[in-house]
Design a protein around this ligand. Structure first.
Ligand code: GFB
Length: 319
């Protein structure tokens, strides 16, 4: 990927796309193309084709997607499968049609079976039933992987895919209802500290285990793979994670400490736990030459500081 190459970052306002844009810019890539969803509705095939025909990007990072936490996934299953199938089919299809040299598709660790052996290796895909709370989203992401690999086989394209573990960092969604657990906890503990609430109510049992990766580490991994590997060498897709996990209760204790909240933690068993564990096996990526740099405590501290600096908790719950 030459420094002057024309690179389209789809989803540049989201958690992942913004981090990829920051990483590319910090490495001196100066010819980036971006569009907000208002400027370009990726669910429209005609609009996507027109955009690719006019701009002719050489490289594409496909980080645009309908995403959300466990409750958003179970409340809006149709949006999660329909929007994602449309976005990825349109962008991947246009990338092939208009001769994109290389594309990076962003998947998710929820593509794996609910009870996959741990840590989860890439080859466990489609070896068992999915977790019901995010099955529609997972099916869309699996279709995206298969679309990339089918195009690679039939048309000789070079479309890579990564499966990140649970991500967090700047530009995340901090809404307490629709967000993922880490930003939700930062908001809940911060609000309770400021308003002097004696307890914070979290969802489920607190026993599920999750692995968390700072989005800047993911961005470095995707740019690294695009620079140094072909889909043929990297494989159909590559897990990206830290190789370490913790329980939701342990995460809550860490966030509580970072925020400086002194009340108690209570769990609401009426809310879903989701999959019991999803720890990724990251040996394939390590063999390709990449390792994460940001530890969880450091990453949570940085994300809390970012949220404070950007007034996230003053903006109401729609952030
Ligand atoms: O991050 P999260 O929403 O999604 O929830 P998943 C992780 C765990 O944290 C679950 C618990 O066991 C939740 O019950 N949890 C506790 C909370 N308190 C809260 C809270 O206040 N908010 C939230 N959101 N969770 C998602 C998938 O699964 O993982 C997506 O739904 C995507 O499709 C993403 O794949 C990476 O880790 O369960």
């Amino acid at each position: 990927m030459e420094k002057g190459a024309k690179i389209y970052v789809a989803g540049h306002r989201g958690l992942v796309g913004a981090a990829i844009q920051r990483e590319l810019e910090s490495q001196g890539y100066s010819n980036l193309v971006v569009r907000t969803s208002r400027e370009l509705d990726l669910r429209s095939q005609a609009a996507v084709n027109d955009f690719f025909q006019a701009e002719k990007p050489e490289y594409v990072f496909l980080a645009a997607a309908k995403v959300g936490g466990i409750l958003a996934n179970s409340t809006y299953p149709a949006d999660f499968i329909f929007d994602n199938l449309q976005i990825q089919t349109n962008v991947i299809g246009a990338a092939r049609k208009y001769g994109v040299k290389k594309l990076m598709f962003l998947g998710s660790s929820c593509i794996y079976p609910k009870f996959a052996p741990q840590p989860i290796r890439e080859e466990y895909l489609l070896s068992g039933e999915l977790e019901p709370t995010n099955e529609p989203y997972a099916i869309a992401k699996i279709a995206g992987i298969k679309l990339c690999s089918a195009f690679n086989r039939q048309y000789g394209t070079d479309f890579l895919a990564v499966m990140p573990t649970n991500l967090y960092g700047p530009n995340d969604n901090f809404d307490p209802e629709s967000s993922h657990v880490l930003p939700a906890l930062l908001r809940k503990f911060h609000t309770a500290k400021v308003t002097g609430e004696p307890q914070v109510v979290l969802w489920g049992s607190g026993t599920p285990r999750r692995e968390f990766l700072h989005v800047d580490d993911l961005a470095r991994a995707t740019v690294f793979l695009m620079q140094t590997h072909t889909a043929q060498v990297a494989g159909e897709f590559v897990n990206v994670g830290t190789g370490e996990d913790l329980t939701i209760l342990e995460l809550a204790e860490l966030v509580k400490e970072v925020v400086g909240y002194e009340g108690s933690i209570v769990f609401d068993p009426g809310k879903p736990d989701g999959t019991p564990r999803k720890l990724l096996d990251v040996s394939r990526l390590k063999k390709l030459g990449w390792a994460p740099r940001i530890g969880l405590a450091e990453g949570v501290r940085a994300t809390y500081a970012w949220a404070i600096d950007n007034g996230i908790f003053q903006k109401g719950s729609q952030q």
